[in-house]
Design a protein around this ligand. Structure first.
Ligand SMILES: *Cc1c(COP(=O)(O)O)cnc(C)c1O
Length: 418
């Protein structure tokens, strides 16, 4: 798309946007003046689909009128409720139905996956992650290393970008894995780094890891609902994500997990057991022999929160209607337009640290102000923009193709440079 800097271009593009009706499916928060806020924080908490209430109310009504009978007789029986989301989840991350499940929360799922896939030995005990990975991921990998009796000082490799750069080059990841791979048990990268907005090359990282016998897992917190993913084809061993960011599942939404098909029947893989992982046909015999479901559902421990699943389902129905490839197409233009306008202002206090190659990013641009960043962020907030500030000096702005517009982008840049 050829961009132009004036607002008439933004308005015209919005009017021709094939996804323009989707904004109406969401509640857009209002400013104190009663105007729609410019909401660029969908990377932090996605907005509420208007249909969520009805989906959740259905389950509240059935609980009200049936009590426990709802497990079998609710309009959407609760017993298999998580199964209703499997095909949609699989489409979102590029997987087969049996490879995905919605359960728990992100950090919990990361731990459950590491119980299964981080099995350190004396020779191979290290975990490779990006140095600026999200703190919870750092805590999780450190504690797993310690749990197995190893020392993070030796067993954790934190990969940094080159001096003076913000993104980590794929060739540097490949050569590090090539060099150190035989001591690395697990390569654990974000799909999209929360701070820089860099999207990693799943395919190349996975191939590099596998070539050295490492397990390769991804944290898709900032990638699910943002990028077009092909977890199965990439041969990813496992992945986890939360559903309250781009997936609009609501605060603290139930999270997701992926395990590649080739691992699903491998009984040598250790796993924590709970009754929701037990064979469905005989679960209620209440015996004490664990017969795992032959899908990723065998990682489930508890019966899931139905109200959470209902909310997520409302959002997934919208994703299905829009289609991930159409969303990505708009996203490339929307974020491209944001970059174009910022560069057009030619202000040398402002720098974009997110890669300029569209294939290496999703919705988000991380905008670094060399001076006065916090003041700038406050001005944005005071002017009806919601985007976030990440220490030490980055404003993250994520125009989301489901509900943001080119006009939002234009107005944001006007405030940024006002
Ligand atoms: C948002 C985010 C989290 C948050 O973890 P929860 O377990 O959902 O609270 C963890 N890791 C990454 C990479 C994130 O972006």
């Amino acid at each position: 798309m050829e961009f132009l800097p004036d607002i008439s271009f933004a308005r015209k593009t919005d009017s021709e946007d094939p996804l323009r009706s989707f904004r109406d499916k969401f509640f857009i928060p209002k400013s104190s003046k009663g105007e729609d806020i410019i909401y660029f924080a969908g990377n932090s908490l996605g907005l509420q689909p208007k249909t969520v209430r009805a989906y959740v109310e259905q389950e509240l009504e059935d609980w009200e009128s049936m009590g426990v009978e709802g497990h079998m007789h609710a309009k959407n029986p609760w017993l298999p409720y998580h199964e209703y989301l499997a095909a949609q989840t699989a489409r979102l991350v590029g997987a087969h139905k049996e490879e995905v499940v919605n359960m728990n929360s992100l950090t919990v799922n990361l731990h459950l996956m590491m119980v299964s896939f981080y099995r350190p030995t004396k020779e191979r005990h290290r975990i490779l992650i990006e140095s600026n990975a999200f703190p919870s991921d750092h805590y999780a990998v450190q504690s797993q290393i310690k749990f197995h009796g190893f020392d993070p000082a030796e067993s954790l490799i934190e990969m940094k970008p080159r001096e003076g750069e913000f993104a980590i080059r794929t060739e540097d990841i490949e050569s590090l894995i090539e060099k150190e791979g035989s001591s690395i048990a697990l390569v654990m990268f974000a799909g999209v780094n929360y701070y820089t907005g860099q999207a990693f090359d799943f395919d190349r990282i996975t191939k590099a890891g596998h070539a050295k016998g490492c397990i390769v897992g991804f944290d898709l917190a900032h990638a699910a609902g943002n990028l077009e993913l092909k977890l199965h084809d990439w041969n990813t061993d496992f992945a986890v994500w939360c559903s309250y960011k781009y997936l609009n599942g609501g605060p603290g939404a139930i999270a997701g997990a992926f395990v590649h098909r080739r691992h699903l029947l491998d009984i040598a893989i250790p796993k924590l057991w709970g009754w929701w992982g037990q064979d469905k046909a005989t679960r209620f015999l209440m015996d004490h022999d664990f017969r795992p479901i032959p899908t990723i559902e065998s990682w489930q421990l508890s019966n899931p929160p139905i109200l959470q699943l209902a909310a997520l389902r409302a959002s997934f129905d919208i994703f299905d209607e829009a289609g991930m490839s159409t969303l990505r197409e708009k996203s490339l233009n929307l974020t491209g337009y944001l970059e174009f306008l910022i560069k057009h202002k030619n202000d040398n206090n402002i720098e974009i640290i997110t890669p300029s190659n569209p294939a290496e990013r999703g919705c988000q641009l991380s905008i670094r102000a060399k001076t006065g960043g916090k003041t700038l962020h406050k001005r944005l907030n005071d002017s009806g923009v919601i985007c976030d500030w990440r220490e030490p000096d980055v404003i993250r702005a994520a125009p989301v193709p489901l509900y943001n517009t080119f006009t939002d982008v234009w107005k944001f840049v006007e405030v940024l440079f006002s």
